[in-house]
Design a protein around this ligand. Structure first.
Ligand SMILES: Cc1cc2nc3c(=O)[nH]c(=O)nc-3n(C[C@H](O)[C@H](O)[C@H](O)COP(=O)(O)OP(=O)(O)OC[C@H]3O[C@@H](n4cnc5c(N)ncnc54)[C@H](O)[C@@H]3O)c2cc1C
Length: 623
């Protein structure tokens, strides 16, 4: 260590997958030696602040229901950089979750798992399994321990098991106030606060007040794993708004989690109720659940992007001022259809009547939503049901009216079963062609600087972030058992003061469902200024009175420095993760996809090392 010079300190606020992923990049960059030599010579102390164990953090902690799962395949989860990664720092490969499980099984990695259920899961885990969040907690913990085992000389890591409350400038130092009453003085602060709840506002606040006044029950958007569901009694009719992942988690916790069981039958699966479940009435704008993950394989090689490529995305991003709906979405839609029909024509020639080259030539000039495309598809396909009509795919219930609730129930059971079939059966691998094309378009979008509107993110989640297939099979079984019922599309919920209850209605069916119980099943919206997280509220404070209008913490696109109230990047504060203005790119990634989160972690790790080197030079000069 440099005699007489104090150690450099970096405070990392939040040590979930993003915080520890950044740490791994930091350590690997120090080990590479091109940056940070001066700082390492004087010593670097990294202080991880998190009330939850570093690695899994809050979201992936072991202590949660064993029924909750990832919506990613085990093969699609890695924390490690690989040959695809365009990072400036070193590439340091390691196992994906599926490979890690295999290495633990074979004894090549020593990981102690005492929980018999998790151990059994690990024994059976394959690349196409959907892991439990509990198993993921072991992978993330192992990943973090591995980073700690690689710490070079001169770098120390310490965990403070508490919450960060605020950060203040003090000359060259950052003073981080902790909930345990202590203060950490740091040279650099990295915010990695992850997903946050926010105070009830707007409609949620009104619904909460209504429920309180009428002794009804309203559960506002929440992280389902943390929600108290005990207020929903057995047999109660519960209106559930939202049919995405939070709704699926809710259904799992209120059915299997209440002692019900799924039994395999010849044709699929049957639900055996425990009698402790409420009756769950599900509806949303679309009125259908998210599409499940695709489990078939591409037969033809992946279609090379043609209508929305990385270069096209970059050119649009560089131009700026892009109208997403008019200039970008039609290209992405076309690319998705291109991926679909490429796989259908080349992977399954028995399902089509035209050569691919002829179809492609005609397809290339058509609008993706046009009647001409519908006519072309109808003439080119053996089974008209193989046509991918984007409007119908997006809003399958639009314009449909059912005579009564049981007709809607039957229709949806068939719709979901058909969707599951199309996403799993080998002959329908075109759905994977569509998914893959959209996924890569989404990646290219992320790196382009094009502003992505919330409605497109929601559409992408509907296509790509759906539940594991078996969850939809279970939903069908629950619907057949009458535990789950469907409310229809364009769901409207009103607080009916005369009845003192909630009233749900949909143009899909006549009649209202009236109930004392309402659950809004989606994640809390990003709202930094109304966040329940004190450090995040503090970070976006822009006026002396503490008020702010920011929904997200603004960061600079180059190095993720926090943009201050003066519009300038703060010299010593950085932020990564879903609460920032950078594209939300998750924390772990599919292998071989040049993951944006790894690139951002690497950029920020290197920016922090550069800053520490500068500070070392500055502080070693005579005053
Ligand atoms: C319910 C849910 C399910 C998801 N499922 C998947 C999935 O299946 N597959 C997938 O790829 N992605 C999934 N994601 C995406 C998710 O973004 C990433 O998986 C990942 O958890 C993000 O990592 P993070 O570290 O940024 O945030 P988080 O995982 O939220 O971690 C943030 C950490 O910061 C800590 N923290 C927050 N505030 C403070 C403070 N003031 N002081 C100290 N510590 C603090 C928290 O305790 C927490 O440990 C899911 C997200 C959610 C919300």
């Amino acid at each position: 260590m440099l005699a007489g010079m104090p150690t450099s300190t970096v405070a990392v606020l939040g040590a979930g997958p993003r915080g520890v992923g950044w740490l791994e990049r930091f350590v690997e960059n120090v080990r590479a030696g091109d940056l940070g030599r001066g700082a390492v010579a004087r010593g670097i102390r990294l202080i991880l602040v998190d009330p939850y164990q570093p690695g899994p953090g809050r979201l992936w902690r072991y202590d949660q229901s064993p029924l909750l799962k990832l919506n990613s395949l085990a093969a699609d989860v890695t924390m490690f950089t690989d040959a695809s990664c365009t990072v400036e720092g070193p590439i340091a490969p390691g196992p994906s979750l599926a490979e890690w499980a295999e290495q633990v099984r074979s004894g090549r990695l020593e990981v102690v798992i005492e929980d018999a259920a998790v151990r059994a899961e690990l024994e059976a885990l394959g690349p196409a399994s959907f892991p439990t969040r509990r198993l993921q907690s072991f992978y993330l913990d192992w990943f973090h321990q591995r980073t700690l085992a690689k710490l070079p000389k001169g770098v120390e890591v310490e965990w403070r098991q508490t919450t960060a409350v605020s950060v203040a400038d003090d000359g060259d130092r950052q003073l981080v106030a902790l909930a345990d009453g202590e203060t950490v003085a740091a040279d650099v602060v990295l915010y990695a606060l992850g997903h946050n709840g926010s105070a009830l506002a707007g409609e949620h606040e009104l619904l909460g007040a209504f429920a309180h006044e009428h002794r009804a029950c309203y559960l506002a958007p929440a992280f389902t794993a943390d929600a108290d569901l005990s207020a929903l009694p057995a047999g109660a009719d519960v209106i559930v708004r939202g049919m995405g992942l939070a709704a699926i988690d809710l259904v799992v916790l209120l059915t299997e989690g209440r002692g019900g069981a799924f039994e395999a039958t010849e044709g699929g699966v049957r639900y055996v109720p425990s009698g402790r479940e409420p009756r769950l009435h599900l509806g949303s704008r679309r009125g259908v659940p998210y599409h499940s993950k695709v489990t078939s394989n591409l037969v033809a090689p992946r279609a090379a992007p043609r209508f929305f490529t990385r270069n096209i995305a970059a050119a649009l991003g560089a131009r700026g001022g892009v109208d997403f709906a008019v200039e970008v979405w039609p290209l992405i839609a076309k690319e998705g259809l291109h991926g679909y029909y490429h796989e259908l024509f080349l992977g399954h020639p028995e399902r089509v009547r035209l050569p691919w080259s002829e179809f492609l030539e005609r397809f290339a000039v058509l609008d993706p939503w046009s009647d001409e495309l519908r006519t072309l598809a109808a003439s080119a396909l053996v089974d008209p049901a193989d046509a991918l009509d984007l409007a119908v795919f997006d809003r399958p219930l639009a314009g449909l009216e059912f005579g009564d609730a049981s007709a809607l129930q039957r229709y949806l059971i068939e719709y979901i079963a058909d969707d599951v079939h199309r996403r799993t059966a080998a002959e329908h691998s075109a759905t994977l062609g569509f998914f893959t094309a959209l996924l890569f378009a989404f990646f290219d979008l992320g790196g382009s600087g094009i502003e992505v509107p919330p409605w497109f993110k929601a559409f992408f989640s509907y296509v790509a972030s759906g539940p594991p297939v078996h969850r939809l099979e279970e939903l069908v079984a629950l619907a057949e058992a009458g535990v789950v019922r469907f409310l229809g599309a364009e769901l409207e919920v009103r607080a009916d003061a005369a009845a003192g209850k909630f009233r749900a209605s949909s143009p899909s069916v006549p009649g209202d469902l009236v109930s004392r119980y309402l659950v809004d099943a989606w994640l809390p919206e990003d709202s930094a200024h109304a966040s329940e997280n004190p450090a995040l509220r503090d970070a976006v404070r822009v006026r002396a009175d503490g008020a702010s209008v920011a929904a997200l913490l603004a960061v600079h696109p180059d190095d993720s420095r926090v943009i201050g109230p003066d519009g300038e990047p703060h010299s010593a504060r950085f932020a990564i993760g879903p609460f920032t203005s950078a594209p939300n790119v998750g924390a772990f990634a599919r292998p071989l996809t040049d993951a944006m989160s790894f690139r951002e972690n690497d950029r920020v790790a290197r920016a922090v090392l550069r800053l520490l080197d500068e500070l070392t030079v500055r502080q070693s000069l005579p005053a």
